[in-house]
Design a protein around this ligand. Structure first.
Ligand code: 4AD
Ligand code: MG
Length: 462
């Protein structure tokens, strides 16, 4: 008999029909001579209750159906008299597919701390919490494609190995096949990469933006959705060394269009999870009290507040607040400042625009004031910066001038400058940090708890 998914069994309510389900036992308990198993197959937040009567052949297998065991159960679906569920499987047969050693299985019925679960990353998706997080992550990922596909954006695949440092921040991982025991050096003492695999120094990408730009300047509207890598030594609850980014890029668009797209995108994704991940959100809401579906619903309807960097600085300087880092025009905003603005000033999502050019990347379009660029950051309560984007500098001379000012090789990025030579157009885009979004939606305090295998400084075991 074909295997059914528990989510379908629960949704379809086919009382009286035969069914076969497979999954892992969450709990086993006995009552009045019969035995109940709670079975999870990962397809749903809810477990399916399996009831076994003493006369069923399945009964003989129950001694091997301990917490964590993999089993397949066959039987008839019945209306359940128990509270909190409407359907259960009355099992006739059970096949124990994979037994579990009770003495050493780390997951017990009692709850475990998130810290403890981080130590057993390969088993944590079997818990209610991580099942919820990873199902919500999937809903959001599918939502990303739905959103852009419906608006005529092409999903493009930009490289993971690159020779350029897009953000100019210098936090790159080098990719090399050089013999580390005998690294070739130039006379100057620098490593000589000319004999390396690519004949030049190569890195893991920090962003697919530069490549997305040439694709947008031929295909019109594109987006990337892939892994990006940053070697910053930040041990925070919001930084990963490997994270997923979504980067839309639009030709014939300015900063205003960019902000509008970001806003529609963010609100669409909030609505998606509310609609498709309701069970998961409710579980996280009741269990951790860090998110609320009502708040999320409100956010999905709240327009972003827009504020220039200059106004944000004015607001922060006027604040009656003791910041660890003092604020002055020209300095980058720290998370304490961002949090003050989102949580205390606007109490919702906030877009800050027109940052000083010195604290932003070389490719951003310079404003007529000569001091600021057409940049935007979207900040949300609790998480802080979730999106960073800009209109791009589309004037060849201004871009080349800026590149030489900040010491970016014009030779390496000749193709990037070509885009400003051959049919240049105003264009804009942004990057959404996918894990920060999942963090925001799930309310998980630590970004390491929203990705299956978190990569962070000194953390790569699983
Ligand atoms: O602001 P960032 O650095 O912007 C870019 O990379 C641009 N090239 C995007 C573009 O315009 N196409 O990064 C974008 C977002 C941030 O707002 C943040 O959400 C996320 O990526 N991010 C990180 N997420 C987790 N860990 C890190 N170390 C992150 N660094 C950035
Ligand atoms: Mg940024």
């Amino acid at each position: 008999m074909e295997r059914s998914l528990i989510k379908d069994v629960l949704a379809e309510q086919r009382f009286g029909e035969p069914s076969r389900v497979c999954g892992w036992v969450r709990t086993k308990r006995e009552s009045k001579g019969f035995v109940f198993l709670a079975l999870s197959d990962g397809s749903s937040q809810d477990t399916l209750q399996i009831i076994v009567f003493p006369e069923a052949p399945a009964f003989r297998e129950l001694h091997r159906c301990n917490t964590g065991a993999a089993i397949c159960a066959k039987g008839i679906l019945r209306e359940s008299p128990a509270k909190g569920q409407s359907i259960e499987l009355e099992a006739t047969d059970i096949v124990v597919v994979g037994e579990v050693d009770q003495a050493t299985y780390p997951l017990q019925k009692k709850g475990h701390s998130l810290e403890f679960l981080r130590e057993i990353g390969h088993l944590r998706p079997r818990t209610n919490t991580f099942g919820a997080v990873f199902r919500l992550r999937n809903i959001l990922a599918a939502g990303v494609h739905d959103f852009f596909q419906a608006r005529g954006f092409l999903w493009v695949h930009t490289p993971i190995i690159t020779s350029s440092d897009c953000e100019g921040a210098g936090d790159l991982f080098t990719v090399t096949t050089l013999d580390l025991r005998n690294v070739p050096k130039k006379d100057s003492g620098e490593v000589d990469f000319s004999g390396d695999f690519f004949g030049t120094r190569a890195y893991l990408t920090v962003s697919g933006q530069l490549e997305a730009e040439f694709l947008a300047l031929s295909l019109g509207r594109v987006y990337t959705f892939g892994p990006t890598f940053r070697a910053e030594n930040s041990n925070t609850t919001r930084h990963l060394s490997e994270f997923w980014m979504i980067e839309p890029e639009m030709a014939f668009a300015d900063l205003d269009d960019d902000i509008t797209l970001a806003e529609e995108f963010f609100r669409f994704l909030c609505r998606e999870v509310l609609e498709k991940g309701h069970r998961e959100l409710s579980f996280l809401e009741s269990h951790y009290k860090k998110i609320s579906c009502d708040e999320l619903r409100k956010l999905a309807e709240t327009p972003f507040v827009r504020m220039t960097y200059t106004d944000a600085v004015r607001e922060l300087r006027a604040a009656n607040e003791r910041f660890e880092f003092p604020v002055s025009w020209g300095s980058d905003l720290q998370s304490e400042h961002e949090r003050y603005l989102t949580d205390k000033v606007v109490n919702g999502p906030l877009v800050i625009t027109d940052y000083p050019k010195e604290i932003k990347a070389f490719y951003m379009k310079q404003n007529p004031d000569g001091k600021t660029v057409a940049a935007m950051d979207v900040l949300v309560p609790k998480v802080g910066e979730i999106i960073g984007g800009s209109q791009r500098e589309d004037r060849l001379d201004v871009l080349a001038q800026r590149m030489s000012e900040v010491g970016i090789s014009i030779e390496n990025l000749r193709w990037y400058l070509d885009l400003r030579r051959f049919g240049t157009v105003p264009h804009a885009g942004f990057g959404l940090g996918f894990e920060r979004l999942v963090q925001f939606v799930t309310g998980m305090a630590n970004i390491r708890d929203v990705i299956p295998c978190p990569r962070a400084p000194r953390a790569i075991r699983l």
